[in-house]
Write a protein that binds this ligand. Structure first.
Ligand code: GCU
Length: 607
């Protein structure tokens, strides 16, 4: 018996084809706090290599595309597709690990889901996607709802005017083909998993709702612990309407305060005072989260929020005013045991538990915003987070659309996770080649990030790719825009094998240093001499030498070695060793610990 999913939807004027295009709205904050109809589950799909369902034979968009979900009305009718007779796939997922014919596939796949809806007064309906890789077009009941590009951030459309009573259909065209002007660009060292990779839901909201809100603990002025601490509260409605009452209720802190929106529908940084001794600060040792309720009119939004401060002082990173060493590891958003996009608390818990076994208090979520379950589970587990947008290697620096795309991904990354206490660093790029065009692009992006969130640290993964006479020098114009100078170095793997002990470093910036990548590959179970590539002994020796070398770097405040576990990459083709896996994991893909695991664990015990 097919499960009938029913949504009670808003009643508006009857549908007229011409005007029914929904708008892309800012991403709603804390979507899981709202009443939702999940559209996760079985979706029909059609693989459409030549986009027959979207373009006519003159490559012009056709009005008769698959988005119509057409059925023959008369015996002679010619309809050459049928979603309901097409295979199904469990969504959210990537198609590469769900249908073996699509393992390497890059192109267009159409998805269709039907659900029941019942009219409902006084509410609007948002169609929310956690992420879709890469280029996504959405139709509801044959009407275009919207278009989104970027594979790792959420987006939502107001589809209230597209819904009807009874059976409704949502159709999604997903295309993950790579292009030079995209973000990321054409080449990247991870699997280009395609599809509807994160949750899909219909969200019930009041016509005026809390589009965004922020709760941040203010830094202690003058550095000295005062008797009182200040928490700043800001909020933004989806409408510029004054006079709406918004109440912030934190029972454990006896905070119960009401503010009124201004003409822009905003509440700007209003201060809530709390006695210091009453406030437990969030930290890896004690990841304290407070139950928070935000009440707008008669709608209550519940959240779990931790309070902490993060800042730098010269070459130190200070968490809650105390210096901290970030014992980190880099991670891709990929399930263990066979790969595929991670997209659940269980997936996150598995990967983060491995990081905990290593002794980590920090993870670099590379090279794109990971799913929200990962960030929230890390927050519960007391793990600090570096979050990054996929401005990776050589993107189209002078293309305005590429800049807009990168800036939009940055906006959406920050707006989704800016209330997470464990997120301390926004990273705007990885291993980008030096040029004026690049500096302009990234400089602008860094300032934009700071304008969105001045409470966190800004960084990016720079590179040190060579040494002269064993002297490694970091020299990057971007140092002026970042709070933490981070760089990748691969001594012992891509260069200078066995020379780590001789290396010296020159990092001429009075800022904390994070080594955002170092490491080497090993095939789990392959043993031999420490100079034999791909053996566990080679990787183990590389880690031993690198850790000792890094200890000599003045201002070293953290490391995120590359990488927690072996991960799929189309760039890794060595038979019997890589087999389309990057083998730099400290764990195999199945969770087997390689010898280097113990070297890093031991080193972190000294930190
Ligand atoms: C680079 C890059 C990673 C890549 C790694 C490697 O530094 O940032 O994405 O996987 O090196 O070569 O293994």
């Amino acid at each position: 018996m097919r499960l009938i999913r029913t949504l009670f939807f808003a009643v508006t004027g009857m549908l007229t084809p011409a005007m029914a295009t929904a708008e892309t709205l800012p991403v709603i904050q804390n979507v899981n706090a709202y009443e939702c109809l999940s559209l996760n589950g079985e979706w029909n799909y059609i693989v459409d290599v030549q986009e027959e369902g979207y373009y006519d034979y003159r490559m012009k968009p056709t009005p008769w595309g698959f988005f119509r979900n057409a059925k023959p009305q008369k015996p002679e009718d010619l309809i050459e597709y049928d979603f309901d007779k097409s295979p199904t796939m469990q969504i959210p997922s990537d198609w590469n690990t769900k249908d073996e014919r699509l393992f390497f596939y890059e192109g267009t796949v159409w998805f269709k889901k039907s659900f029941q809806a019942v009219p409902m007064q006084d509410y609007r309906t948002l169609l929310y996607f956690g992420a879709v890789n890469y280029d996504c077009r959405v139709w509801v009941n044959g009407q275009e709802a919207g278009h989104h590009v970027g594979g790792f951030t959420p987006f939502n459309f107001d589809v209230s005017d597209l819904l009807k009573e009874g059976e409704n259909t949502v159709i999604v065209k997903v295309d993950n083909k790579r292009h030079a002007e995209d973000v990321p660009t054409q080449i990247f060292d991870w699997w280009n998993y395609g599809g509807i990779t994160r949750d899909v839901k219909l969200v019930k909201v009041t016509p005026v709702y809390l589009e965004d809100y922020s709760l941040q603990l203010e830094k202690v002025k003058g550095g000295k612990g005062g008797k009182m601490r200040e928490i700043s509260f800001s909020a933004r409605l989806n409408k510029a309407e004054a006079g709406h009452e918004v109440t912030i209720f934190i029972p454990e802190l006896k905070i119960d305060k009401t503010f009124t929106t201004d003409a822009e529908g905003k509440i700007q940084s209003s201060i809530l005072n709390v006695q210091s001794k009453k406030l437990t600060l969030w930290s890896p040792e004690n990841p304290k989260l407070y139950q928070v309720q935000i009440i707008l009119d008669n709608m209550t939004i519940a959240d779990e929020i931790g309070f902490r401060t993060i800042e730098t002082r010269d070459k130190q990173i200070l968490l809650n005013g105390q210096p901290i060493f970030l014992k980190g590891i880099s991670i891709h958003d990929e399930k263990a045991n066979g790969g595929g996009r991670a997209n659940s608390t269980e997936d996150a818990h598995q990967l983060l538990s491995w990081a905990k076994e290593l002794g980590c208090n920090f993870v670099r979520l590379a090279h794109y915003p990971h799913n929200e379950y990962m960030v929230r589970e890390a927050e519960r587990m007391g793990i600090l987070v570096w979050s990054e947008i996929p401005v990776y290697w050589t993107i189209a620096w002078t293309n305005p659309a590429t800049y807009q795309n990168a800036q939009q991904q940055l906006t959406d990354m920050i707006s989704r996770d800016h209330n997470r206490a464990n997120v301390i660093i926004w990273s705007i790029a990885n291993e980008t080649p030096h040029s004026t065009e690049r500096d302009n692009f990234l400089g602008r992006l860094a300032q934009y990030a700071r304008s969105l969130d001045s409470t966190r640290l800004i960084s990016m993964a720079m590179e040190v790719t060579g040494a002269s006479n064993y002297l490694n020098r970091l020299n990057d114009n971007m140092n002026q825009y970042v709070d933490v100078v981070s760089f990748n170095q691969y001594i012992g793997w891509y260069r200078d094998v066995n020379d780590a002990p001789k290396m010296t470093w020159e990092i001429p910036y009075n800022k904390p240093v994070i080594i955002s990548e170092f490491g080497g590959g090993a095939r789990y179970g392959y043993h031999g001499d420490k100079n034999q590539r791909w053996t566990e002994e080679f990787q183990e020796n590389l880690y031993r030498e690198n850790c000792a070398m890094l200890d000599k770097i003045e201002g070293l405040s953290g490391t995120t070695p590359w990488i927690l576990k072996d991960f799929r990459s189309p760039r890794r083709v060595l038979p019997g060793v890589q087999d389309y896996y990057n083998r730099k994991g400290l764990f195999s893909d199945k969770g087997e610990k390689k010898k280097a695991f113990y070297v890093l664990k031991q080193w972190y015990e000294t930190k």
